[in-house]
Ligand binder design. Structure first.
Ligand code: ASP
Length: 410
């Protein structure tokens, strides 16, 4: 019997995971069938994410080094670098502006009181994260021994070392052609392994979404309903209207074409809530389905997975305003500017792992004197919100690689 295409299998996996999860959510949590279901789903979900993480570091290392080395002419390298960073900053700025506008307009949290959440806040101790210290730490984590970075799975430091190695390969020219050929072959092998891992994707995605829905805390969903609706609605608007519009204006490509090529990565991002774990799939879709040249995709996608986070940036700003509302504090325009900038830094500094944005959000809250413990209120709903913001984070990287490819080829 011929199986349906991988894309269709993934879609079926996602829908059945959500549906069955919903059904199990209504059953008694002590029920043996629910326990068995959760246990099996955890095993499969962890296996899928472990496999993606297993290939992540060698893949990032090879793809960046080879990507940079292939942007041979110096001129082009400079242009790709500058265009990429400009795109990242601009798209995150639009996302934050949207988050601020929507929160000012809908005022989520205005009817709630901080006192309602004291229990949650009492058990939560926020780690101090003042901006200067955060910046110093961030800078300190960039240049480290590559072997340590590789073995610890430190994506940012691996990205930076691979960039430097790529530049050295370009400078050395013919002299290092063997090493370049070796890295090129290693990259091909990594992509082959990714395509094997993807065969497990329908089941992995089923298990991840099933677990997500079964374990979701439903009472918090209703209390924070308006905030959830504002965040999901605005993030969706960024993903469905703003990013496709940017793509169309710069490249003339239709949203449908993009969706067809990108869906494997988008559904994986939605279910794993991790840009890093999704990275192997993002690279595969960008190079193989969206036809971005490996040297551009190999550079823009891994860098984007660590620093370009539109969904997270939007969330950090919207959540800060939400907390201000329930604390009964009116943030002035100047304070909202501070939120704007710290949200961008917090999103750039957040690693591409589940709930990372929650941790760096402490910095945004502190920058305008809001109680950092208040993020305890958001923790029970974070796994849910993380799905869509990670999807938009990954989408932003893919759109970025297409726009950069177009702009540098002019
Ligand atoms: N989970 C997000 C990502 O991996 C980061 C965040 O928590 O906002 O892109």
């Amino acid at each position: 019997m011929k199986l349906p295409s991988l894309n269709l299998q993934i879609l079926i996996g996602a829908i059945t995971g959500l549906g069955l999860g919903w059904y199990f959510h209504g059953l008694d949590a002590e029920n043996a069938v629910v326990e068995l279901g959760l246990y099996s789903a955890s095993l499969v979900a962890t296996l899928f994410i472990d496999l993606l993480k297993m290939i992540l570091i060698p893949l990032v290392f090879c793809s960046i080094a080879v990507g940079i080395a292939n942007l041979r002419q110096h001129q082009q390298m400079h242009k790709v670098w500058v265009t990429t960073l400009a795109f990242f900053v601009a798209s995150m700025a639009i996302a934050i502006a949207l988050g601020l506008l929507a929160s000012n307009y809908f005022k989520p949290g205005a009817g709630l009181h901080l006192a309602m959440f004291t229990d949650a806040m009492q058990n939560f101790e926020a780690k101090q994260l003042p901006l200067p210290e955060f910046f110093a730490q961030f800078l300190h984590s960039i240049f480290i021994n590559p072997f340590t970075a590789l073995s610890q799975g430190n994506v940012l430091a691996v990205v930076v070392f691979a960039l430097i190695l790529g530049i050295a390969l370009v400078m050395g020219g013919e002299r290092y052609k063997n090493i370049l050929a070796l890295l090129q072959e290693a990259l091909e092998i990594c992509m082959r392994i990714v395509s094997w891992i993807m065969r497990l994707a329908p089941l992995g995605i089923f298990a991840l979404l099933f677990k997500l829905v079964v374990l979701q805390d439903a009472t918090m969903l209703t209390t924070l309903g308006k905030f959830i609706a504002v965040v999901l609605g605005t993030t969706l608007f960024h993903g469905v209207v703003v990013l496709p519009l940017i793509l169309f204006v710069f490249t003339g490509k239709s949203p449908l074409w993009f969706w067809r090529g990108a869906r494997e990565a988008l559904v994986t991002a939605f279910s794993t809530s991790s840009s890093n774990a999704t990275l192997p799939v993002t690279l595969r879709c960008t190079m193989q389905h969206l036809h971005v040249k490996p040297e551009i995709a190999g550079f823009v996608i891994p860098l984007g997975a660590t620093i370009n986070m539109d969904g997270t940036a939007l969330y950090e700003a919207a959540a800060a305003l939400f907390i201000a509302n329930i604390a009964g504090i009116d943030l002035s325009l100047a304070q909202q500017f501070i939120v704007f900038f710290t949200a961008m830094i917090a999103a750039m500094g957040a690693p591409g792992i589940p709930s990372a944005g929650m941790v760096t959000m402490v910095m945004v809250l502190q920058s305008v004197g809001l109680p950092a413990e208040a993020i305890a209120i958001l923790l029970p709903i974070d796994r849910l919100l993380d799905t869509l913001r990670t999807t938009v984070n990954v989408q932003g990287d893919m759109v970025g690689s297409l726009v950069v490819q177009k702009l540098v080829s002019k």
